[in-house]
Design a protein around this ligand. Sequence first.
Ligand SMILES: Nc1nc2c(ncn2[C@@H]2O[C@H](COP(=O)(O)OP(=O)(O)OP(=O)(O)O)[C@@H](O)[C@H]2O)c(=O)[nH]1
Ligand SMILES: [Mg+2]
Length: 331
Amino acid sequence: MPANLTPQYLKAEAEYRRASTPEEELECLQVMLRELPKHKGTDKLQAELKHKISKAKKEQQLGRSAGGSRSGGVRLPRQGAGRALIIGAPNAGKSQLLASLTRATPEVAPYPFSTREPQPGMMPWEDVMVQLVDTPPITPDVLDPVTIGLIRGADLVLLLVDLGSDEGIEGLQAVVNKLNTTRTRLAKTTYLDENDIGLVFTKTFLVFNKIDDAEAADRMELFHEFCEFEFPEFVVSAEQGTGLEALRDAIYHTMDVVRVYTKAPNQKQADYDRPYTIHRGGTLLEVAELIHKDFAASLKNARVWGSQVHDGTCVKGDYVLHDKDVVELHT
Ligand SMILES: Nc1nc2c(ncn2[C@@H]2O[C@H](COP(=O)(O)OP(=O)(O)OP(=O)(O)O)[C@@H](O)[C@H]2O)c(=O)[nH]1
Ligand SMILES: [Mg+2]
């Protein structure tokens, strides 16, 4: 990706990955093109964006949905500080992981293909929530287009490895190989291919599950002998809880958000029950937008209490927030 991309570009790019209609896609592409710094180094990307825009316009005129990679009309609203998607081969323990990290109650079963639809749950981390989504299994023969759409739009993918079975490594490789035949891939960080922005890479953790199994350690050793993946690795027992707290922390920190508490001008105490979360580097205006669309337009200034400012400092909409800032907005 070229350097000096504006926050607006990056925001539009994230929304582009999540777009579920040609209209949304077109809107994001137009913002990306407008925000892209125009110089020799971005020639290719400019051309690619223009190409995508004209394609999206044509598709819109024809009233067709864009490509086969969208989430197939399934609407799973995003909630909380971000979304991590649980994927893997059949029986790897995906649903058990969702059940152990959230209050959701998916079907956990000792036979494969028990999950048929994506299912969300909210994972608490301190006083905020991250959305986790369980998905149907991926095999050499089966990959639900809905799952592909969800991978594209996720902030993080948790790729589960079944250490409870001798077929676990094979199952994992099948998942990665299957995705490599699509335009949605797993990677160490999230990005779009500069020469082909339809090719999306989503940040992935490799999660070894069922470490409580008697042969799990041997299987993991075998894995490291034969496989090389660049993903950060976690070792857990979703069933018994081993390693889950380290995983929970890493999931939250990957969302790269800060918490902001709001306080009404006539109140002494901030509302500490319900922080807003915005991406690190985000401004006061973004918080105002989260509270209410009209709020951002009418925002005059705000007072801030936090670790980086004197208590009650008066700031404008472009103020960059820090974790646990308290803000009092004035319109
Ligand atoms: N020993 C052990 N068994 C586990 C663990 N996690 C899940 N299991 C078992 O593995 C089996 C499959 O678990 P599920 O969570 O249903 O697996 P899944 O990946 O959702 O399976 P599908 O939805 O069919 O793809 C169940 O019998 C679970 O009890 C674990 O950490 N240790
Ligand atoms: Mg399941």
